[in-house]
Design a protein around this ligand. Sequence first.
Ligand SMILES: [Fe+2]
Ligand SMILES: [Fe+2]
Length: 294
Amino acid sequence: MSENQQTQHAAIVPRENLDFGLDGDIPKYWMAGDPFKTRFFDAMSTLFPMGEKFFIMSVREFQAETTDPTLKQEVRDFIRQEAQHTLVHKQFNDRLKQQGIDVDMLEKEEADFLFNQLPKFTNRTQRLAATAALEHLTSMMCTCFFERRDLLEQSDPRIRAMYAWHAIEEVEHKAVAFDVLTKVAKASWFRRNFSMFIVSFGFPFRVAGILDYMLRCDGFSLRQRLGMWMKGLWWFYKPGGLFMPTLGYYFAYYKPGFHPWKVKEMPSYGKWVEVFKETGDPIAAGNALHAAGL
Ligand SMILES: [Fe+2]
Ligand SMILES: [Fe+2]
């Protein structure tokens, strides 16, 4: 892709006050009635409020030196989008609290690591490199999961729509942290890739720990959980499973000359934008995105 094509990417549009009906009667296991699959996505949801706060802070640490007007505006829009994601996921996480999940404890642990421990042994460029890596993993999941109709076929349309909205906005701002990292912080190829390597282990382990904690809260015995993990790991890593189709997207990050707009587009992004523009309804847009999948 040429430099010119790179600039013709989706605009970052902060969308506010969206209503997903999260106070409605949503099944506890909203994803195909499956505890493991549901709790996998729920575990990620508990990480968003503190994680997104960390992303915003990492980018803000370079805001004064970000002088390019386009990038400056993109940073502002990125912050607005992430702040909205946090608001909506907090609403969703309140549902998890009602189910007996100690979300406050999980957030406290995460906040202690991100805001107390991590700054003791990292500098601001390293923290921004971690943010850019996590933004790549997020946009990878958003781009690759939502082209697969089978994955979210039997999910509650409200939760699916919440994730669809989050996904399309993650795709819109996927290059912001990376651009600040490379253009403002001027991080080296080694720095960004080393951070990706670390994050690629740390993030899945944290999600797995929370997922197992949630299944324990749900009352599943060790034996039951072992069975779920066997099936779940197969669901993750079997040929054509959840993560196998993401590999090309993932490894693209390590290539010299990589830029987030050089990897594949989210297939049904335009459909979401079109339906949301017509209806103003994020659930209708989420359904359209799902229907447009493969
Ligand atoms: Fe987000
Ligand atoms: Fe993001």
